[in-house]
Design a protein around this ligand. Structure first.
Ligand code: SF4
Ligand code: SF4
Length: 321
């Protein structure tokens, strides 16, 4: 019997990160997002590749190639057929192969010079440099860093698009016998209904939640979604004591919108968790959105006013990032 493992599209893994939750952590970034935030610094993580092949001929290192859907399937089948009765298979994970609707883009990580040309060329907010990985693939990576980290953080894109995969991953991390107890955190945009399906919370320490906008109109403009579920999650995660931290980005010159978002959020979270007030920074933001939101970062003094406001409204653990 051939067992096909669940796979998830991984954009990148940072073995040691001190900005993705408390302590030193291994951070796994999954491809694909549910929102389209104007200030996104990694817009290449938003969509899945559609296989248009525009980036292939532009790659200066010859690290990208096309494969027809038929031959991609045949290759995957061949790899699957190689598995024996008691072994598990993760087709495509080792080759960094990306199957998609119109064809397959093969990324050869050994040739890639990380120049980001493919990211700049892509008109679909996607990346050809993803790997489909299984839970054992990721556990193998985590085992390497385990002696030096406090835990793992899953991010994106939006990691909860891989909810079932994450439940398996976190369960496997918790079952690791040969490492200190690692914590498991989610970095989420709040588009997953944690109350309707709380299984992931049972195997994780909590969620680092973005509250980007309060007010349907501003939320629609900023993230492409009215944001109701984000605010419902804020309430639910607080009640469930699974809120690790909350983040809000301060957009320059948007006094009313910034104020409403910070006031609402601060009065909800109080001292329950950290509240990170983040300055908008244009680096990596798409050009058209830079024009709309600003080509300069939010001045520190301006952002500090919102830290003070947050404290005034009860968020004792508010600080500036
Ligand atoms: S980042 Fe890698 S795959 Fe992309 S264009 Fe540069 S060398 Fe090619
Ligand atoms: S990464 Fe973008 S440019 Fe490259 S094949 Fe996929 S959709 Fe096309």
């Amino acid at each position: 019997m051939v067992i096909i493992m669940k796979l998830a599209p991984v954009n990148k893994i940072i073995p040691f990160s001190n900005v993705d939750g408390p302590g030193n952590r291994t951070a796994v970034f999954f491809q694909g997002c549910t929102f389209d935030c104007k200030f996104c610094h990694n817009p290449e993580t938003i969509n899945m590749c559609i296989g248009c092949s525009e980036c292939v001929s532009k790659c200066p290192a010859g690290a990208l190639s096309c494969q027809s859907v038929e031959s991609a399937r045949a290759a995957a089948d061949e790899r699957s057929a190689d598995s024996s009765t008691d072994s598990c298979k993760s087709p495509g994970a080792d080759a960094g192969m990306l199957s998609n609707r119109r064809g397959s883009i093969i990324w050869d990580s050994t040739k890639c010079v990380q120049c980001d040309t493919c990211i700049r060329v892509c008109q679909s907010n996607a990346s050809p440099r993803i790997r489909y990985m299984s839970v054992p693939d990721l556990i193998a990576e985590i085992r390497r860093t385990a002696p030096y980290i406090q835990g793992i953080t899953v991010s994106g894109g939006e990691c909860t698009l891989q909810n079932d995969f994450l439940i398996d991953l976190f369960s496997a991390v918790r079952a690791l016998q040969d490492s200190p107890r690692l914590t498991c955190l989610l970095d989420s945009n709040g588009s997953f209904d944690f109350e309707a399906d709380p299984r992931i919370l049972e195997v994780s320490e909590g969620v680092m939640l973005d509250v980007k906008a309060v007010g349907k109109e501003w939320s629609r403009r900023l993230i492409g979604d009215p944001g109701d579920l984000v605010l419902k999650n804020l309430d639910y995660l607080l009640k469930a004591e699974k809120l690790q931290e909350v983040r809000t980005v301060i957009i320059p010159g948007r006094d009313t919108e910034n104020e409403e978002t910070v006031r609402y959020t601060a009065s909800k979270i109080g001292n329950a968790c950290d509240y990170r007030i983040i300055r908008y920074r244009p680096f990596g933001v798409r050009e058209n959105f830079q024009k709309e939101l600003g080509e300069d970062e939010t001045p520190e003094e301006y952002a500090m006013k919102f830290v003070e406001l947050a404290k005034q409204y009860g968020a004792g653990r508010a600080y500036l990032v």
